[in-house]
Design a protein around this ligand. Structure first.
Ligand SMILES: [Cu+2]
Length: 150
């Protein structure tokens, strides 16, 4: 029984380390959208990046088999909020080499905020199998040093 107790504590510790050490958090945001009207919805009619004094907001749409926009420029060292939805099936949105990673589910708006400390080019991939062209589904994130200020 002591061994089982130790295992439970160890498993809970891995969750705590993930939350505190790697800034991994479960989604805390529920916002819905009609997936058949994504392009007419004012929240997603103009995908792209807006920058203000607080940081940047990225509005992007996943669809078979691309992200819109395909190239995203954000400033380094400032909070970047991603707002994503899907126009068709479930996709993934993983910014390789960072903690930016979420599912993109039709009918819902996925949102997360992160800070990119290292300027450079990052690959964004779809990590949920979404069809025959899944392996082609990618985009580019460019993190600019002090760039894209308002
Ligand atoms: Cu996909």
């Amino acid at each position: 029984m002591w061994a089982a107790g130790v295992l439970i504590v160890a498993f809970l510790a891995t969750i705590a380390v993930g939350v505190a050490g790697s800034a991994l958090q479960p989604p805390s945001h529920v916002e819905t959208i009609d997936p058949t009207k994504v392009w007419n919805d004012p929240r997603f009619a103009h995908p792209g990046v807006t920058v203000d004094e607080r940081g940047a907001t990225v509005v992007a749409v996943g669809m078979m088999f691309a992200f819109m926009p395909a190239e995203i420029r954000v400033p380094a060292g400032r909070p970047v909020t991603f707002r994503l939805t899907s126009a068709d099936v479930v996709h993934g949105f993983q910014i390789v080499g960072t903690n930016g990673n979420t599912m993109v589910v039709p009918g819902y708006i996925s949102q997360f905020t992160t800070v990119f400390r290292e300027p450079g080019e990052y690959l964004i991939v779809c990590n949920e199998y979404c069809g025959l062209g899944h392996h082609l589904m990618s985009a580019k994130l460019i993190v600019e040093e002090g760039g894209a200020r308002p």
